[in-house]
Design a protein around this ligand. Sequence first.
Ligand code: ATP
Length: 340
Amino acid sequence: MNRHYTIATLGSHSALQILKGARDEGFRTLAITNPQTERLYRSFRFVDEVIVLPSYSAFPSLFEELRARKAIVVPHGSFVAYLSPEEHKKMTIPYFGNKAVLDWEASRELQRDWLTRAGLRLPRQFKSGAEIDRPVIVKLYGAAGGKGYMFIRDAADFEERAGSLKAQYTIQEYIIGVPLYIHYFYSPLSGELEIMSMDRRYETNVDSLGRIPAAAQEGMDVDPSYVVVGNSPVSLRESMLAEALEMGDNVIRVSKEICGPKGLFGAFCIETIITPDMHFYIMEISARIVAGSNLFIDGSPYSYLNYSEPMSTGRRIAREIKNALLASNLRAVLDDSSVL
Ligand code: ATP
């Protein structure tokens, strides 16, 4: 039955993981690429078909063709970057996930509201430079992958370096601790939440500053930057796992109050920093598969505990779609705009 359906996604971000998982669960697979990435996606045997677009902005021109192929679109981070929330909402191709979450995720204010209502601990936010009473991180709007973030020591430092910034930004308490990104999967079919895997990011140059003694750094003209260059796997102290799961539960519970009854489902990631007193501070939530899960195409220690077979987040998504088909309830895993 699954071979009648095609799992499709844009050739970028976590597409390999998504399509490999789809193939492992018995679906046909389609990568939508641009001319630069076409060869890459064709080179993998689990990709059944490749459609090449001159650029991803032409994606809407494919809607009829995707419908004819009984495609189910699985979005990832680049998908959201290439297609605006408006374009997302206009699309009626079967879409894995709840699009209502997009608005809550895209706005820093709404996201903060969501996470606060879920009882999570967030870094303090400052309205103006004058209020700053501790080290802060200044986040420019639209900064991607931590590029354009500034570490600011105090109010005077803010005045000197950020006081005249024209762009919009938020000022957030700088949390000193270990960053940990927790990848979850929530099944709308069973109502169960799983921890799939975890990673930490490797960021230049902030992750290398500790290699130079502070005394030697004095007088050097070097500012920390937060540009992601890679991810490494982490397993969390087992005594902290219960809280990690509870944070996910609370995020899901509140999502059902704010994004319609289906709420957030499928893959999501809570981005945390853990302080020496063992508190999770939440930086952000990503409401879909994150690139850090690419480390675990063969599964993670956590997914192995549940499945005893390789189970990436991409494969878990395909498994959920398969289970929905078996239960004749495909709609349960699709956005309500999907026309079947
Ligand atoms: P993406 O959207 O790609 O996930 P982003 O641009 O939204 O990234 P964040 O994930 O918010 O960026 O942050 C990037 C990095 O900046 C984090 O991994 C972390 O190292 C650092 N950072 C962000 N917020 C804080 C904070 N409040 N305290 C300390 N460090 C922070």
